[in-house]
Design a protein around this ligand. Structure first.
Ligand code: FAD
Length: 404
């Protein structure tokens, strides 16, 4: 009972507010927004937005009128502390908001590079709209970028920078790109594609320092002794979940704000969702913290349902995508922990899927330019079904028959 206060107006926060109203929640909803924009979509920041010329409005979930019509109070500011006993949130610069229920949707922030000269203006990150906008503005004035980190965001940016005519070097400490997230087969495909596009990918190396003259970046030194010239550095070395607000309120935290299978913290009046939440999953048998739009929005819907009387454990089916140059990667399921990978389609034809199995159990499917396989994977999971590795590998096997 009472107002719902949502801290963080990103994918999860926005969706809680929208879903609450959709479900008929009639009390006060406040969405605390510490960015100077209406709530917006993050994925295009490293994809279409940075490539194109569309204005920031193209990213917004909804226009301002939606929030007015729905009586969702967008409050500019930052939540700085929670008084759990009094059920109040304190904002900077000073307002106090009472809550019936508090939703922490604080997301994650860039992991910063701890190197000499890493705070120069031409060392950039890519998490928020202002950072994407800044990169879009300066890219035409730059000729050579070193991208540190070959995760999704680093590679998406690298592909765009190359299309825009920059010389691009990508550094990755692991022996292959996107190593924590995808199979070796998919890493190899993307390495080859990016190299074909003229991007130099350096694996198993680390940046040791950033060179500068008169405050301007001149290059990056590597752990193998080489030095790569550059007038721009883009850092994509992962994120840290924003757990401090919860921790300071003495809520249990670890690699995220700890929540149960209902996404409730140890305090029944406080939930946590999206990138900041380490949630208990029966389906996957353990605690998970995921960084995806699907995870944030499905978490949000689950909490909104609980707050409007439909309490169910969270049981979303993970899916994800990444656009790199002309290639679209889509992932259905969680592919970590596989011991067998079966390919369907042909990497040489630039269209294939990697079906990942643990024994005979299908964990997930990584599809490249095979949207049909991806949608099949999502539908199969929703039905809690599987197909055998032999069926997956056999292109004459009709996937639709497994959904009948
Ligand atoms: P966020 O969307 O990060 O929102 C959290 C918000 O809370 C932020 O605005 C933050 O500033 C604010 N906040 C934090 N602390 C406070 C506070 N104390 N007070 C007030 N506000 C606060 N996912 C995909 O599935 N597919 C993709 O292709 C994809 N591409 C991506 C590309 C980029 C460049 C980035 C950065 C992410 C991408 N993601 C993608 C990941 C996806 O965007 C995130 O998983 C998703 O945004 C998480 O939603 P969230 O609500 O948990 O956090």
């Amino acid at each position: 009972d009472g107002p719902v206060i949502i801290v963080g107006a990103g994918h999860g926060g926005y969706q809680v507010a929208a879903s609450l109203r959709q479900a008929g929640f009639a009390q006060r909803i406040c969405l605390i927004n510490d960015e100077a924009h209406l709530p917006y979509q993050r994925p295009p920041l490293s994809k279409a937005y940075i490539k194109g010329s569309a204005g920031p409005d193209s990213l917004m979930f909804r226009p301002e009128k939606f929030y007015q019509d729905q009586k969702i109070e967008l409050i500019s500011g930052r939540a700085v502390s929670i008084d759990r006993a009094a059920r109040k949130v304190l904002l900077a610069p000073g307002e106090t908001l009472p809550y019936g229920h508090l939703v922490l949707a604080t997301g994650a922030r860039n992991r910063l590079l701890d190197l000499p000269n890493a705070n120069l203006p031409d060392v950039k990150y890519l998490r928020i709209l202002d950072e994407s906008e800044a990169l879009r503005q300066i890219m035409p004035t730059k000729t050579r970028v070193v991208v540190i980190g070959a995760g999704f965001i680093g590679l998406e940016f690298a592909a765009t920078a190359r299309i825009k005519g920059l010389e691009v070097d990508v550094l990755e400490l692991a022996p292959r790109v996107m190593a924590r997230a995808v199979t070796a087969e998919v890493s190899e495909y993307f390495q080859a594609r990016h190299r074909e596009a003229g991007i130099r990918i350096h694996l198993g190396v680390q940046a040791t320092s950033i060179g500068a003259e008169n405050g301007k970046v001149t290059g990056v030194s590597l752990s193998d002794g080489r030095h790569l010239p550059a007038d721009l550095v883009v850092v994509g070395v992962g994120v840290l979940p924003n757990i401090e607000l919860a921790a300071e309120a003495r809520l249990p935290v670890a690699a995220g704000i700890i929540v149960d299978e209902y996404l409730s913290t140890a305090d029944p009046d406080i939930s946590a969702i999206g990138d900041c939440a380490l949630f208990a999953s029966q389906r996957f048998g353990g605690s998970l913290r995921l960084e995806s739009v699907q995870n944030a929005t499905d978490h949000a819907r689950c909490v909104a349902a609980r707050l409007t009387g439909d309490k169910k454990p969270y049981d979303g089916h993970p899916w994800f995508w990444s656009d790199q140059g002309d290639d679209k990667l889509q992932i259905a399921g969680l592919t970590t922990g596989y011991d067998r990978v079966v390919l369907r389609g042909d990497p040489a034809r630039k269209a294939f899927s990697a079906f990942c199995y643990h024994g005979d159990r299908l964990l997930g499917i990584e599809s490249i330019n095979r949207a049909g396989d991806h949608m099949f994977g999502r539908r199969l999971q929703a039905m809690d079904r599987s197909i055998t590795p032999e069926q997956a590998a056999d292109e004459s096997f009709d996937l639709k028959s497994a959904l009948a």
